[in-house]
Design a protein around this ligand. Structure first.
Ligand code: SAM
Length: 344
């Protein structure tokens, strides 16, 4: 057995790695299958064979931010903007109920139209329908996060995107790395199941910094990690850059599973976008969550954070039946539970 395989095998038991070890694993593609198989075993041991489906509602593509990679950044005038009313959001949640989903993920651009009062009302209504609620609506104050939590929100996703501070500053004009970290700390403090993650393959991103990203997830003791390849989007400053690869994103994900064995890790849409079975490959390499999109056709097409987003041509009904049979075909089962983290 090579040194690297031994290091991976030990990490599958100790759940610890150093930056230099992670970097070496990320740089060597000869051990990929071994890494994916180890991550899959750790996944099975700690979170079992059940897959949690979370119904995703993309309720607004209006955003005040200028993230250089993002297709819905405020400067992009070629995007047709939309925002859903409370009633429209509730109707989508009712549909998600019919598909049997136990969690609603509410995601949007950073759209100040949705005041704290509006969000509280939406959260309370969805909560009364017996869902777990995940929010992914960006950076807010401690008091705003507290108000969402008090209203019944359970989880919050806020990717750090990159822990390389200079790269972060370059990618996110007018945003503060320190504030992003503070937001994550506040979410943890408030008792949210806290999700973070990174983009893989950003221009100028080093392998060492990806290793630091993984160590940051461990240090934060994140409850969920969502990561995916950077996919260049038209009408953004990064439109001519080379995107990230599925393989590298899968490797970052598999290493995350080794270090945080009991957390929830989605097989992300960006992974499916780069390969027809990207989600299934991810589910066999450490992931245990899928977030089917329940947003209406018309709006889904406009939530263009990157081009060619997987699932745009399926109705939510078609997607549910397709993902169910794919999941069963790899010997896994759809969970009936809410899918909270069971800490070991
Ligand atoms: N506004 C919220 C926030 O900032 O957390 C949620 C919406 S944001 C569009 C959701 C995620 O999309 C980001 O965390 C980012 O990682 C991802 N994303 C944006 N542009 C992308 C691109 N070009 N390729 C891959 N992922 C992208």
């Amino acid at each position: 057995m090579t040194d690297l395989k031994e290091i991976i095998q030990n990490a599958a038991l100790s759940h610890n790695l150093e930056n230099s070890q992670i970097t070496a694993i990320l740089k060597d593609d000869s051990i990929n299958d071994f890494l994916f198989a180890c991550a899959d075993k750790v996944r099975e041991k700690y979170v079992g064979n059940e897959i949690h489906l979370r119904g995703l509602i993309e309720f607004s593509n209006i955003c005040k931010c200028s993230c250089k990679y993002c297709g819905i950044r405020k400067e992009n005038t070629s995007v047709e903007r939309y925002r859903l009313s409370e009633n429209e959001i509730i109707l989508l949640a009712q549909k998600a109920k019919q598909y049997g989903y136990k969690t609603i993920v509410l995601q949007s651009g950073e759209d100040s139209f949705y005041s704290t009062e509006k969000m509280i009302s939406i959260i309370k209504k969805i909560k009364s329908m017996d869902f777990a609620i995940t929010l992914s609506i960006g950076e807010k104050t401690y008091d705003e996060y507290k108000a969402y939590k008090d209203a019944g929100a359970d989880r919050y996703l806020l990717r750090i995107e990159t822990t390389d501070e200079n790269l972060y500053k370059n990618m996110h004009p007018n945003m503060s790395f320190e504030n992003r970290i503070n937001c994550l700390k506040n979410l943890k403090k408030l008792g949210f199941e806290t999700g973070t993650g990174c983009l893989v393959g950003l221009p100028g991103q080093s392998i060492e910094s990806l290793a630091n990203d993984i160590l940051f997830f461990k240090e934060l003791n994140a409850d969920m990690i969502g990561l995916g390849p950077f996919i260049p989007a038209p009408d953004t400053p990064l439109k001519n850059e080379t995107g990230g690869t599925l393989t590298l994103a899968l490797k970052v994900m598999a290493l995350t599973r080794l270090l945080l064995p009991d957390i929830n890790i989605p097989a992300t849409t960006a992974m499916e976008t780069l390969a027809p079975d990207g989600r299934i490959i991810a589910l066999k390499s450490g992931a245990n969550v899928v977030m089917p999109n329940v947003t209406d056709e018309n709006c889904k097409q406009k939530y263009t954070i990157y081009p060619g987003k997987a699932g745009l041509n399926n109705t939510p009904e078609e997607y549910k039946s397709c993902i169910t049979s794919k999941i069963e075909s790899i010997g896994r089962k759809i969970s009936n539970g809410y899918g909270f983290r069971n800490k070991f």
